[in-house]
Design a protein around this ligand. Sequence first.
Ligand code: PEP
Ligand code: MG
Length: 594
Amino acid sequence: MTEELFTNKVLKGTGVSSGITTGKVYLLERGRIPINKLSIKEEHVERETHKFRIAVHTAIEELNSIKETIPDDEVRKHAFIIDTHVLIIQDDFFVNEVVDVIRREKINAEWALDIVISKFLTSFDKIEDSYLRERGQDLKYIHERLVRIMVKGKKSGIDRKSMKGKSIIIAHDLSPADTIQLNLNSISGFVTDVGGRTSHTSIVARALEIPAVVGVGNITSLIKNNDTIIIDGDEGVVIINPTKQVQKDYLAKQVHLRNQRKEFLRIARLKPETKDGFRLKVGANIELLAEVDIVEKYGALGIGLYRTEYIYLSRKTLPTEMDHYHIYRKLAENKSLQYITIRTLDIGGDKFVSDVDMPKEMNPAMGLRAIRLCIKELSIFKTQLMGILRASAYGPLRILIPMVSGIEEVRKTKAIIAECMAELSSKRAHFNKDIKIGIMIEVPSACMISDKLAGEVDFFSIGTNDLIQYTLAIDRVNEYVSYLYEPLHPAVLKMIKRAVDDAHANKIEIALCGEMAGEPLYVPIMLGLGLDEVSMNPYSIPRIKKIIRGIDQSHCRELVEEIMKKDSAKEGEQFLRNAMSRVFPNDFIKCYDE
Ligand code: PEP
Ligand code: MG
């Protein structure tokens, strides 16, 4: 390739961690090691199994030593990912499976490992939920480490000594071990060929606030060490060897974003109060305990939704009562959070945990999911509830039940919680007897009987991601119908209004925690309908606070009244956008077909 091809070359990927950075490249050259299938004689079987067991041993030592020498306190918080890899590698089931294949098929250890990992990966590939599917990546990292040890007999990973100054790491993929070994003072960004929003690298990059773009395709084959690149983590853009003018433009954008971020961090500290004095509670949605620092930094009052599914994913066996307890207790003891909403396990549908036996369903979104599954798999449910209750002695935890469709589910759940309480009392364990119990309003039937449900619980939280899916009959993971995903659909607005009015008539609070809550345009809807609380991804909080602080709730009520008269989401959106562009001329673009 000629030099020109590398000048100002723009590549597109997925921006997974916000910010712009420019710097020199550190290319982590580590393509897949080619391995061949070799048939072996009976007398060499033991040699191959021995080679594999030694590789297992070495890999565990390598990972432990990486963990012990993590150079940065911030990064150390993510070391649990390394523990997950160690747990998988030393799992007897995994090791014995490979040894069995070597013995049975009389093949070399590398090929036997490949067969076993491919078999496991096939199961992962069938998972629709992108977050869970990405967890298959852990198996690939393990595979790569073991093969490297067996084939080359040498260590894998980043050579920190060869990095000079601050660099942008470019890799086919970064394993959690790679990410964790990095010294934050020596890296200013990540770019990878593969990966998605929910890969570990992305999660870690976001938690550490380092700009990152993943899924770029073939950047490792287009770039060489010491090339200069720009990463735009918001737009998902990477520019190789930018011209001076492009560098200047991006520098200006970087300065603008930095100032904006400073401004956001300032707004994050302000109260989410409308001009006419209504205070909306603004909380954060989290998936990991590690996200708590960001939650505080971006000004959340509390945690409106902790998606506890991740606890089940980051381990090889189901979490115990004490595992749950330790995680929730850490949250409970955080003094800056005024409430912490623990949503009980919401798997099934598009989410899946390997250790839980679930039937293959034709329509998983409408199948044995969330509370339905928990009521069936009582011991899994009780284990989590006991952990929550024990931790409730230490801070303002509350319980949130997902996917309720009828009153029996609520009554049954309350009876199960009461049983757990009785059990804990008999053990003289401490817990909050008055812990608040709430339900997600995310199934249309729950909206239609929200007057009855409100009499049973302490609070509601509307999950618009599912409520829209079920109300408009659009599969939320199906890209062909994603255009129908309309939060301002009159049916959706009517549903939300009904739930809010019923909650208030029964003197309970109501939150909204779907993606819609983090969208600035919809702030007047949430204020106008009278929600008490919203919860969103932490980075959206300052933007949402800014809008709340710049508008009157009385005006929002009028806007909602008008929008609810519209025939379609499109008409409502045009009206809303135009109204918002008058109140915030710099934040919303006017729709001209008014
Ligand atoms: C929702 O459905 O809106 C919600 C917040 O929950 P989840 O996205 O985890 O289903
Ligand atoms: Mg949901």
